[in-house]
Design a protein around this ligand. Sequence first.
Ligand code: PEP
Ligand code: MG
Length: 742
Amino acid sequence: MSELTASLAGSADIQAFLDGIVRTVAEHLSSDVCSIYLYEEQTQELVLRATRGLNPTAVGQVRLKSGEGLIGLAMKELRPICEYEASSNPHYKRFEGINEEPYESFLVVPIQKGIEKIGVLVLQREQRSYFTSGDVAALRAVAAQLTGAIENARIFLDLPGLQQAQKAPPAQLVARVTGRVASGGLAEGFAAVQDPARSQRVLGSRHFPQRYTAEDFRRAVERTARELEHLQQQLQQRLPEMASMIFSAHIMMLRDPAFMDEIGAAIEDGTNPPQAVLEVGLKYVRLLAGSPHGYIREKAQDVQDVVKRLVANIVGQDDRDLPSSAAAHIVIARELFPSDILKLACTGVEGIVLVSGGVTSHVSILARSLHVPMIITEDPRLLELPDGTHLLLDAEAGELLVRPSQAMVERFHARRAAVPPTAPTVKTLPKTHTADGTRVRLLANVNLLSDLEHAQRLNAEGVGLYRSEFPFLTGATLPSEQEQYLTYRRLFQRMPDKQITFRTLDLGGDKLLAYYDEIGEENPAMGLRSIRFSFRHAETFRQQLRAILRAAAGQKLRIMFPMISSVEDFEQASHTVTECAEALREEGEPCCQDPALGMMIEVPAAVGIIDALARRAAFLSVGTNDLIQFLLAVDRTNEKVASYFTPYHPSVLRAVARIAAAGVRHDKEVCICGEMAHDPRCAEFLVGIGVRTLSLDPQHIPAVQRHIGTLSLAHARQRVAALLDADTLAEVRQLLAPAETP
Ligand code: PEP
Ligand code: MG
């Protein structure tokens, strides 16, 4: 495999790279023939691009539609096909003159990236026999390893066709697209498609009729550096705990002698400076974008951004090809990392549309904290929209309007004027009660320190869930104990005298750290995540606990641990807190010595032993997002099964009721901190089963407070009996329905 990867760096050009792959794979898998077919977007055909064993003149000539022949079938159905005697399969398609006849044993595996079809790899042998399951596995591994590099090869081989295609007038691609709301709000702007492959194609095909000088380039570098430093400073002010190094890769590129010298040398050799920036820059982008590691691909986006900025700053006012970053834009992307959301928020993005794949729950959570409307759709056609297309994003209804009519725009403006989503005038009461006087505490979920302002303004009674992992997710390295201490200290300073509940690191799963990316688990949601990650990285866990305890000196502190699945988990985590507190005392460091220790209930196993846990914990907090995911076996990040993710499932209601009852039995607070806490249809049920604390995103506090104010405890208890009796989703929905229209 390393031989294959190395062959990219050593190849003279793309064709030589593909030829190298087929040669190496044929040798290693003892096959007479190895061929690569790549999917060509303009014609929607698979085209033979490299072969070892077939007639070389067939390269570029043999073409198959999706579903045509065994090769087209493998691509269409995205599955490997293995044949003993290929010609006897009814799907087999013969091509004259390519010298395929002698090779009857046949194996084809698709090369795909997410929802994108890239091509297929084919092996053929003369001897009639099936390829072994080992061969199939090996060829699939090769396909997976080479996906990124082959994808790039395809893009560059396709360039001439694409240039043609780009000259055609933009098609009326889509008009109205629906999606799931990840972060509410309304936004209007111009499409900015963030697809590295497409940007590469667009940038790679640019021409600069005007001649620029080395001095223009030097000035552009300085100007770009100033722009980036300004963005970094803005971020520092707005999100101090997250700011560290967000734009570091950008700034580093500008200061990297290898990168800059290579551009300088090309300019000295007579290349027009913007062209030199593109040639050298895109070479780096290709290398990074081909990586199987998310955190390296993330850097490709950064380098591409630097390249765009440099070119724009060289050509200045002449640059009509790049959409102005100052214009209101709605980003459409296939993959976004938490740091991307921060960068986008800094550059004033109006809204985000994520096209399937690559969505982590943290990306949605961040978008909400930053008040950036966002929807997630399954419609890949959006990635083909020309940049600058006028869009209306309704992330309340989960709808995107493409090239809206004047009437649509007017209706949209009227709606936006009527409901400013984060109106500072919304009033809340300091305390929340049901209509018959039962007290319910409303706490805030805090993801970024900037959420605190909202929380305070809306009278949150404390912080019920501080998701401490965000500063870890966007930096290049782990924040030190001192850095964490400073962040946590700000949290206490901004919410003085209020109870603050820290959740210890909830990393792993879909919340991967760039610097631990090598974990690469098969089932990350059920893998080395959350408290298990903290146990495995004991020093990181201790550093975090020390920082929390120090920051909480003299304050009301609660600490809870995520993903607890046994009494032992809770005891081990609690023991580590005690050890850290003792160590700090011995060091004479001021700290909180007696935090209340609780746990998240978000794994079905914890519900099974809920009495044992409730007896030991100071409080319980129900993470319904994960609890629903695990109870119902529905990946919370998978768009395809989103309709199965329902808090109204009878099992979910019964599990939550069981947890609440254990809380009542053991006189321990049960807080709900997942999304269920702000679902108006669930409020009466939660109050009825005895839940008296809810922790929610601050913007939901006014609506939830109002709704609770309409409830009566006696009525809620009656409803609970009926709801817990319901066996079907339909019955539950019907029982909950009246609350939908308060
Ligand atoms: C939950 O799982 O419900 C929860 C609150 O935690 P997170 O969404 O951060 O996993
Ligand atoms: Mg959770």
